[in-house]
Design a protein around this ligand. Structure first.
Ligand code: ASP
Length: 339
């Protein structure tokens, strides 16, 4: 099973001293021979699906809260807080890779089955951006707060400012500075947002995303993850989708919203994810971003069918349901990294 380490290797973490050369043998083969749309399509409810290996502990926490009868938003928040607090998860919250100025800046959003949304972007100094996004949903008339305003709101809600740059992340950033000579060109990206979709026992859908975004991004850069319609979208009549990968490509194509709209038109979660990945590929094949472009989507529909699909190999997601428990599944993909 692939993991985020594979993904980092393949997304050219040469910037922190790791060779960009990788072997496809390191990647567990996807079961591309399985019939399209079959993977993960057994309808089940309740269901939680989250991106990447750090989705496993997040799912576990969310599942526990759902079983305790807590609200879905509380359950999502509790799940997302696990990778946010884990310094070993280098792409989310505390310990996340900083931007090129050495600042950890965080993006998150959350959305419920009534289409209530809350989002924060370019938030610094707060360990749990998902909690602030939830407070934006619950306690403000707005959908999105950004930068200093988001921080000010977090402090007014009783959250405490803290240093999120771990020694490890600072060391990696300093290495990056040496190798890159502070080049202003963004051609090196490292990703791994956690995006989570939940279908609860009543058949209601909600979701969330949280990330430190692309490593070594320009200061002030905001990715797709806090943008409703790009990094996350749901319509309780239809289903939900969420993204990981190069946020710029997902924003350009309104990725998650489009996956949901295709499901509205009758596509399965698998078909919808695949079609949008194909669209992203077609729009980017002659684009400067193509060399390092990776995007992946997860989606579920009202019936409890779900899927994931990515442009390049290496994307996986965690799924938990009553019958099979909490496990990792590899996404199908359009091409291998050496294509
Ligand atoms: N989509 C995120 C961003 O571009 C990164 C990721 O998914 O890893 O900020």
């Amino acid at each position: 099973m692939s993991n985020r380490r594979d993904f980092i290797k393949k997304t050219a973490l040469g910037t922190i001293g790791v060779s960009t050369v990788f072997s496809c043998k390191e990647i567990t083969e996807n079961k591309q021979d399985k019939a399209e749309g079959v993977i993960g399509s057994t309808p089940t409810k309740p269901l939680v699906i989250s991106t990447w290996n750090h989705g496993l502990p997040a799912n576990e926490e969310t599942w526990k809260r759902l079983k305790q009868g807590r609200s879905t938003l509380d359950a999502i928040e509790a799940g997302m807080k696990i990778p946010e607090a884990d310094p070993k998860v280098r792409s989310v919250g505390y310990g996340g890779f900083p931007d090129r100025e050495g600042k950890v800046t965080l993006d998150a959003c959350i959305m419920d089955h009534k289409s209530n949304c809350g989002s924060v972007s370019f938030l610094q100094g707060i360990k749990h951006p998902i909690s602030i996004a939830k407070r934006v949903l619950q306690n403000t008339p707005h959908v999105m707060l950004s930068g200093k305003g988001a921080l000010q709101f977090a402090l007014s809600e009783g959250f405490v400012e803290e240093n999120l740059l771990t020694d490890e992340a600072e060391k990696d950033w300093k290495k990056w500075l040496e190798a890159s000579k502070y080049s202003p060109v963004i051609n090196i990206e490292n990703h791994d947002t956690i995006s989570m979709l939940v279908l609860d026992k009543n058949g209601d859908i909600s979701g969330g995303c949280t990330t430190s975004g692309a490593a070594w991004k320009m200061h002030g850069r905001v990715g797709d993850s806090p943008i409703i319609g790009a990094g996350l979208f749901l319509d309780n009549e239809v289903g939900a989708a969420a993204a990981t990968g190069l946020g710029e490509a997902v924003i350009r194509t309104a990725g998650s919203a489009m996956v949901v709209e295709l499901m509205r038109q009758g596509k399965s979660p698998f078909e919808a994810c695949k079609e949008i990945v194909e669209r992203i590929y077609n729009k980017h094949k002659d684009h400067k971003d193509m060399e390092y472009l990776q995007v992946g989507f997860i989606a579920l529909n009202k019936n409890g069918e779900y899927a994931g699909y990515s442009l390049r190999s290496g994307f996986n997601y965690a799924v938990v349901d009553e019958t099979q428990g909490n496990r990792m599944e590899d996404a199908q993909f359009k091409m291998k990294w050496d294509n």
